[in-house]
Ligand binder design. Sequence first.
Ligand code: BGC
Length: 759
Amino acid sequence: MAEELPASSVPTATVTADNSSGQTVASVEQTPILVDQASIPAVIQAMTLDEKINLIGGAGAAVSGAAGGTFAIPRLGIPKLTFADGPAGLRFGSTANKSTTGFPIPTALSSSFNKDLMYNVASAMGKETLDYGVDVILGPALNIHRDPRGGRNFEYYSEDPLLSGEMAAQFTKGVQDQGVGVSMKHFAANNQETNRQSVNEIISERALREIYLAGFERVVKEAQPWTVMSSYNSINGPFSAHNSWLLNDVLRSDWGFNGMVMTDWGGSKNNGIAMLKGGNDLSMPSLNAVGKAAVKAAILDGSLKEETLDEAIENILNLVVKSPTFKKLSTVDNSKLNVSTDLAASDAQLSREAAPEGMVLLKNNNKALPFDKGVKKVGIVGNSYTMPSCGFGTPASACTTDNAASKMFLMGTGSAYVTPTQTVQLPEGLKNGGYLPVNTNATGSEMNENLTADDAAYMAQNSDIGVIVIARGSGEGADGNATTFEASAKESDLIEKVSDAYHAVNKKVVVVLNVGAPFNTVSWRDKVDSILLSWQPGMEAGNALTDVLSGKAYPSGKLPETFPIRLEDAPSYANFPSSDGNPNLVKYEEDIYVGYRYYSTFKVKPAYEFGYGLSYTMFDYSDFKLNKDTLSNKIKVSFKVTNTGTNVGKEAPQLYVSAPDGKLEKPAIELKAFGKTRELKPGQKETFNFFIDPKDIASFDESTSSWIVEKGTYQFKIGASSSDIRGTLDFKVDKDIVAEVDNNNGPDVELDRLSKFNQ
Ligand code: BGC
């Protein structure tokens, strides 16, 4: 707790009380009120035990439709704060009818590999948060894409902790620079929806530190999030909200986090004692009466120290004094149903511009994209799909489509679903772009996946190019499975009929993948000319997609996760969503070999590798240089990227390291830095300088609780993807380096860990 102030310097309020004869008189006691951080100790001292216990449980939101809020104590000057969801835009429950800007899903934003873009989108969200009188936005969400079936993968950034952490750090800075807070979630390892409230995940400390916690560590150190949200699941025994190793030892002590920790909604399991001992300050959305009574009894009988409760109170009040509500920077007006007009138009434009940066061009034969000048009529047809889960206040209409070409999924569902200020679907976007969408057969009926060969022939004759939209959506509450990953028989048939019909009249066919997670392309990709992964591109989907198809904009995204050939190829396949036939147990046996770390080390060929993405132009990489050949503290890697094609474009270069095996085994490659060029015209170039220090390339040694770099010869690999390596530079480490020493209370875990040495 912070040092106490002398009573005289603490602002006070005169309180009134009734005297014995019933008259109201000024009390002799002066009550301190909360005015700033320095006043917190005196305010805590003035709080009754019941007030303290009330404050560690949430108590509803001041802004209607928001996810929750804190408890107010007016006599001490403590206002109620409001928290609302939002990794893809500020969210209010759909019944509140409050609209905000719907941005591309977080996976699409991370596909941009563009930190500035992420910062700008987050700044816009932060402004909308302030505009509505909300204090904290419940994001970024940065769990790892452990398995392609993860139901909330769309809400998370990547299978790689560096990309996830960098994107989440930019999200945090962008939001917090507007004077509102974030809640970095779900800490940690909420990598599946199945039994998320009860599943116990067995994970080695090395895999935790290097993969599942590393992104969170980066955000804490680079961007100081105001709050953290603990996850529902257990890790190696205790629930995250009760896990003192996770919250006290790692988050606060090792990383220096000094903000507030809240539970996920219901994540304290109403066990306030375990929560406080675990280092979690606030139970959301509330702590029930039984939970409160238990905390009180434990304090009174001495089994829970009042200082532990006071530490939580101090963390909560530290948040309060930073908040826009407390600083009177925002006001709550529940009749307000739209983002203020000065934000709405520019944020819609930003959403439209952000989407192409995250779109990934997977295939582009014979330059099918962008459209030729002669293209005027665009044949469009899509699949039908209903999401496996549509819970948590998402309107049912957002979870189903009869024809994805006329109704794409704009975003994922659940707590990441926002009520958008406006929506633009593909037919409208094409019209706005000056094209004529053609989506009917000879009898004038709109076509979907049930079209016949004759219908397809009619469309091919009556349009200049064919666009097939294949959609998948998901959301909180359910994971995917084989049917969400594979094209159905009808979808395969749709692709085949349309491709045959257009190719028969020498016209091209493009598939747009409107998905939030990896989708299998291998069975049908040879049939079509181009495949554009649009993800779920936000509320401006139709405009953004038309911009890219037409060449007004261009795709410059790269895959933030591996697209496997078969679901069975995923290293987590056998242990997702459970292990050993026990629905509440998951063994992370793939250990550190998550995503491309696995595919590259074990030489399993994916459909499209991590970091992959084509463009409308070509890029050459050159002038690879190191400022020295031995790493001791910092080493500089430089190279140039030149646009050698004939169109404008942006490229996302990636820096990987290959390390020698020593005491610790190492994956074949690990991403250590990435960048994005500005828009390069043909012939233009950009120089990149990446600085790498020992911690960047260290591995976690469980036997010494430290991050070590072992001596040997290493390689930097600079590439356009994790397999398309354009330049290699050797460097040496002359002697073993201990880059950092961490808390040594780590879990002892029994696990059959995947190793390249026991295959
Ligand atoms: C989700 C969180 C969300 C919270 C509040 C939970 O069900 O897991 O991501 O922030 O609800 O809506």
